[in-house]
Design a protein around this ligand. Structure first.
Ligand SMILES: *Cc1c(COP(=O)(O)O)cnc(C)c1O
Length: 419
């Protein structure tokens, strides 16, 4: 039997000549897909909970969750059933129309983000699109003809996405340089330096974009007090404070929003990765009536954004996270994992919150650890040469966490031996 078990019809369409091995799939991949991702690590065909299987039948414990996306693991029965029934009822309508799931999800997001009266939601299909919407929102905080606000501030190490506006906010030179000129006015200030942010934020500043924890930079949390200082500086200057919680939001840190303990009200928050439980969806929340009226009818749009199936997927995901008390589980499992990691020889620092975890190694072997992990049946990620990132499904069990902790010393050894 084929490894593709979704449906016999689908198997017949993609494997007309019978079962293909992982190696055969990858040669078809490189002949047909644009090379921007390099060669994928494996060809995955099936998942259940925190486990996935590749085209050769090998099983993996997924500790990356599609990069913080599969909040409820793979093929969650409730999410699958809600998506299927919504699709069988009404799949797509365009934004000339709306649907109960779109409205219900907007209301739910305003509730969990504790947004004040007059706050609103815009739906997109991805993280970068949520950030693009926020970028356009920032441009609408335009100042006056005599005193235009043209400056947008982001941090060194920031990752906000790959489309042109989001790329202008992203700091990594290797991502930016090939695509110059990027939308103008963006300046990057040193990470975590409150004085530098205060000095840069003035009456020409339209917005400051911050990630509460920089995921792509290796899971780097902002220092204590930074968000509060950023709120003060932006409020004083009339600039918007926009928090990019695409990676940190929706329970990833054991809270609905990573920023919720900071005691501040931002002007906008972007969400995406975990929101749809694996289904593509992004969102921009604008806080309060003033910010929520900056973008007016006709100034932004999307064909797919807020589609009934995507919003149903997100409603189902939020329902399970809430009703099965998953956020408390995330805090406990995260603490357990971080304590276990800190006790392992060769791990020099452990960072993060909930189930967004980065740990540093005592040598530049992180990519080799990822390879050793795959061979041993673990999916992990190396955002930097010395850092491993874990962003597993939020339903990861303590036993599964312990399986990885028990295997890690051997993975580190294998990686060092391969140097
Ligand atoms: C992943 C990510 C994005 C981009 O999301 P895509 O869905 O890949 O476009 C933006 N901001 C942050 C903080 C992210 O982690």
């Amino acid at each position: 039997m084929s490894q593709i078990e979704a449906s016999p019809e689908l198997t017949e369409i993609v494997e007309p000549h019978g079962h293909a091995t992982g190696a055969q799939w990858l040669s078809r991949y490189s002949a047909s897909l644009l090379g921007v991702f390099g060669t994928p690590q494996r060809v995955l065909v099936r998942g259940a909970g925190c486990l996935v299987w590749d085209a050769d039948g090998k099983e993996y414990l997924d500790l990356l969750g599609g990069i913080a996306v599969n909040a409820l693991g793979h093929a969650h029965p409730f999410v699958t059933s809600v998506i299927s029934s919504q699709l069988a009822t009404l799949g797509h309508v365009s934004n000339f129309f709306t649907s109960p799931t779109q409205i219900g999800l907007a209301e739910k997001l305003l509730e969990i983000s504790k947004a004040p009266a007059g706050s609103k939601v815009f739906f997109a299909n991805s993280g970068t699109e949520a950030v693009e919407a926020a970028f356009k929102l920032a441009r609408r905080n335009a100042g006056t003809a005599a005193k235009p606000r043209t400056k947008i501030i982001a941090l060194d190490g920031a990752f906000h996405g790959r489309t042109m506006g989001a790329l202008a906010l992203t700091s990594k030179e290797a991502y930016r340089a090939p695509f110059a000129p990027l939308p103008g006015g963006v300046v990057h200030v040193p990470f975590g330096d409150i004085e530098a942010l205060r000095a840069a934020t003035d009456d020409t500043t339209a917005a400051v974009f911050l990630e509460p924890i920089q995921g792509e930079a290796g899971v780097r949390p902002l220092p204590a007090g930074y968000l509060q200082a950023a709120r003060e500086a932006t409020s004083a200057a009339g600039a918007l404070l926009i928090l990019d919680e695409v990676q940190t939001g929706i329970g990833r840190t054991g809270k609905w929003l990573a920023s919720e303990d900071a005691g501040i009200v931002p002007d906008a928050v972007t969400l995406a990765k975990g929101l749809g439980g694996g289904f593509p969806i992004g969102a921009l929340i604008t806080f309060g009536p003033g910010v929520s009226s900056l973008l007016t009818a006709g100034q932004h749009g999307t064909t797919f954004g807020g589609n009934p199936v995507a919003t149903a997927a997100a409603l189902a995901t939020l329902h399970v996270l809430e009703n099965q008390h998953v956020l408390g589980h995330v805090r406990e499992t995260g603490e357990h994992l971080r304590a276990g990691l800190a006790a392992i020889d060769g791990v020099t620092e452990v960072r993060g919150e909930g189930l967004l975890i980065g740990f540093d190694l005592d040598a530049d072997v992180a990519p080799a650890v990822v390879t050793a992990g795959l061979d041993a049946g673990f999916i992990i990620n190396s955002p930097t040469p010395r850092t491993i990132r874990l962003a597993p499904p939020l339903i990861l069990t303590t036993d599964q966490a312990d399986r990885f902790l028990a295997a890690l010393p051997a993975l580190l050894q294998t990686a060092k031996d391969a140097q």
